[in-house]
Ligand binder design. Structure first.
Ligand code: PXP
Length: 236
């Protein structure tokens, strides 16, 4: 079965544009789960530009579904993750100046830095995911570090770059052969989700920006149901 994780960061982006409490990311998380989403993803960025510490705690306590916390590999985020105890943590690269997560984490280039963070999360019973480009050396480094999951960065594919779907297909097969659970996400829309959903080793898609944007027009419930329909269709 292919799972859908809904990233609710941009509900917080809209709230923060005005301050105050509306719209509430927890309400979005609950509505996504009620519509059939299998989990919720939230990225606590170091600059707190969208999700804030209180949102993370509220979502963890307020949904009856797995929470996937995206985070930079820093001491501060590790401390918050160990306090929050999400189902999974997805380690992502983070630059303050970027608009969104621009590329995969360089796991191979910073194994010594990542190793104790992966170990501490796993010791606390938190599954560890690495957000990586579908490169064999990044997948192999993720496996060496003991990660449970790799989330393949689909951004280049979503931008339409030639050869990227083939890289994702090969990466998913390689990751699976290494014993890693395979997830994928970034930039997925109604138009491009099917080819990724059809990759047999992919177990979960994490989708945010398009879902929240489209929800303005049709409602979150309709968008979540439509993604689940497209994903299931691609899988048949
Ligand atoms: N997965 C990861 C690790 C991400 O950082 C993001 C963006 O926050 C997503 C998935 C979702 O990407 P999008 O918002 O483009 O759907």
């Amino acid at each position: 079965m292919l799972r859908l994780g809904v990233n609710i960061d941009h509900v917080a982006t809209i709230r923060n544009a005005r301050g105050g409490l509306n719209p509430d990311p927890l309400r979005a998380a609950q509505q996504a789960i009620a519509a059939g989403a299998n989990g919720i993803t939230a990225h606590l960025r170091e600059d707190r530009r969208h999700i804030r510490d209180a949102d993370l705690a509220a979502i963890k306590g307020g949904i009856n579904a797995p929470l996937n916390m995206e985070m930079a590999a820093t001491d501060e985020m590790l401390r918050i993750a160990l306090e929050t105890k999400p189902n999974a943590c997805c380690l992502v690269p983070e630059k303050r100046t970027e608009v969104t997560t621009e590329g995969g984490l360089d796991v191979a280039g910073q194994e010594a830095h990542l190793s104790p963070i992966v170990a501490a999360l796993r010791a606390a019973g938190i599954r560890v995911s690495m957000f990586v480009d579908p490169d064999a050396h990044q997948l192999e480094a993720s496996a060496r570090l003991g990660a449970d999951i790799v989330e393949l960065h689909t951004g280049a594919y979503a931008e339409g770059r030639a050869g990227e779907l083939e890289r994702l297909i090969a990466g998913a097969a390689r990751a699976h052969a290494l014993g890693l659970e395979v997830h994928a996400g970034h930039g997925l829309t109604y138009d491009n989700v099917s080819a990724v959903a059809a990759i047999p080793q992919v177990m979960e898609l994490n989708i945010g920006h398009f879902i929240i944007g489209e929800a303005v027009f049709t409602g979150l419930d309709v968008v979540v149901r439509e993604f689940l329909r497209l994903m299931n269709l691609a899988r048949q």
